[in-house]
Design a protein around this ligand. Structure first.
Ligand code: DQA
Length: 143
């Protein structure tokens, strides 16, 4: 199974960005952890991060025939990007929305996800572990 691991804006600063909220694991470390677990599950993971909405949309488009699932932390785009929402619908990709923090327990504007409805599953507030949970959910037979 091919999985796209997609991270949105500011997630390149993981490890140094508000570690009390997002933890101390860096993005390269996170990618390594997901890739290691993917090898055990016989899945192939391609990782991409961008601070730009259009680049994330392009990546979804380009991966639409390759990927059978997407682990996606859209960062702040979660809360307002109808363009990403349309891209998920247009590509018919099976997307798991992942957030390191529990956005339902934070500021009111963060509690809204315009992507939730078009995602197959979501994992919130489990830190880096949440990405592994998303991978396991996508690769589980019959999920
Ligand atoms: C986040 C939550 C978003 O509200 C925020 O803008 C992020 C990270 C998370 O992983 O908890 O960039 O997606």
């Amino acid at each position: 199974m091919n999985i796209l691991l997609l991270n949105g804006p500011n997630l390149n600063l993981l490890g140094e960005r508000e570690p009390q909220i997002y933890g101390t694991t860096t993005l390269p470390e996170l990618v390594q952890l997901v890739q290691k677990r993917a090898r055990e599950l016989k899945a192939e993971v391609r990782a991409f991060q961008s601070n730009h909405e259009g680049a994330l949309i392009d990546e979804l488009h380009q991966s639409r025939r390759w990927a059978q699932g997407v682990i996606f932390n859209p960062g702040a785009f979660t809360h307002y990007s109808y363009a990403l929402r349309d891209a998920i619908v247009a590509t018919k990709l099976r997307v798991v929305e992942v957030h390191l923090s529990d956005i339902t327990k934070r500021e009111p504007w963060r509690r809204v996800s315009v992507l939730e409805e078009v995602c197959a599953h979501r994992v919130l507030g489990k830190g880096v572990q949440g990405y592994l949970e998303a991978l396991e959910w996508l690769t589980a037979p019959g999920s």
